[in-house]
Design a protein around this ligand. Structure first.
Ligand SMILES: O=C(O)[C@@H](CO)OP(=O)(O)O
Length: 254
């Protein structure tokens, strides 16, 4: 039987955001890109063009740092016209009561172990955010459909929660595009992309703590018929910049 070849997946974390620059926990707070982040997004699009990796379809979160990054990158790659789907399931991990808090101060206040448990453990969520508080999204119209549901929207998430809410979207929306042979661009976030990479590469709950995704550098995954990566970990289009930037993410708060 004739089958279409599995397409190519390109993951792109948004460029530097205002709160990345200020070293604040961000999560679902909808902050904009910095000038540097704008430059990273454009460079990301140039890399796509240079590698002849032109997306046929875009999937993005509901947060402007990912939406703007996609817009800038696709403009640079002359692919602004492709179809787009946006979904909250690609959003950054909800950082609970840590949203809006300074990473350095949090590290000083709670110590290295607790700080890293909240940032990188697989199953320890930060304390829940209070509904109606300054950095809560419970009144945000883009999440009204979640608030109207039986459980409301999340008030905090650990990485395991992100995997659980991301996979239904992966299966129902992204996989069909890949199965149709498309080049699929996913613009999302440090932790939602860690969740996806964990799933794709079968990374253990322990090892995922050591994996960091740099801003603005496209990560290419060629997938076999079982949607397993042909090259474990995928391939960054600029590997040396990716390694340096991932290291910087790992050391945030110091
Ligand atoms: O603040 C956040 O939302 C994330 C990504 O910037 O931070 P961290 O890398 O600490 O998980």
């Amino acid at each position: 039987m004739w089958t279409m070849s599995t397409g190519t997946l390109v993951l792109l974390r948004h460029g530097e955001s205002e709160w990345n620059a200020l070293n604040l926990f961000t999560g679902w707070v909808d902050v904009a890109l910095t000038e540097k982040g704008v430059g990273e997004a454009i460079r990301g699009g140039e890399l796509l063009r240079e590698h002849d990796l032109l997306p046929d379809v875009l999937h993005t979160s509901l947060l402007r740092r990912a939406i703007s990054t996609a817009h800038l990158a696709l403009d640079a790659a002359d692919r602004l016209w492709i179809p787009v789907r946006r979904d909250w399931r690609l959003n950054e991990r909800h950082y609970g009561a840590l949203q809006g808090k300074d990473k350095k101060q949090t590290l000083a206040e709670f110590g290295e172990e607790q700080f890293m448990l909240w940032r990188r453990s697989y199953d320890t969520p930060p304390p829940a955010i209070e509904r109606g508080s300054e950095f809560s999204q419970d009144a945000d119209p883009r999440y009204a459909h979640l608030e109207d549901g039986p459980d409301g929207g999340p008030l905090t998430e650990c990485l395991a929660d992100v995997v659980a809410r991301l996979l239904p979207y992966w299966e129902s929306a992204v996989v069909p595009d890949l199965r149709a042979g498309r080049t699929v661009l996913v613009t999302a976030h440090g932790n939602s992309l860690r969740a996806l990479v964990k799933h794709l590469d079968g990374v253990s709950d322990e090892a995922i703590a050591g994996l960091n995704i740099p801003t603005g550098i496209p990560l290419r995954y060629d997938l076999d018929d079982d949607l397993r990566p042909v090259t474990a970990g995928g391939t960054y289009l600029d590997p040396s910049a990716a390694a340096a930037a991932a290291d910087a993410v790992a050391h945030q708060g110091r």
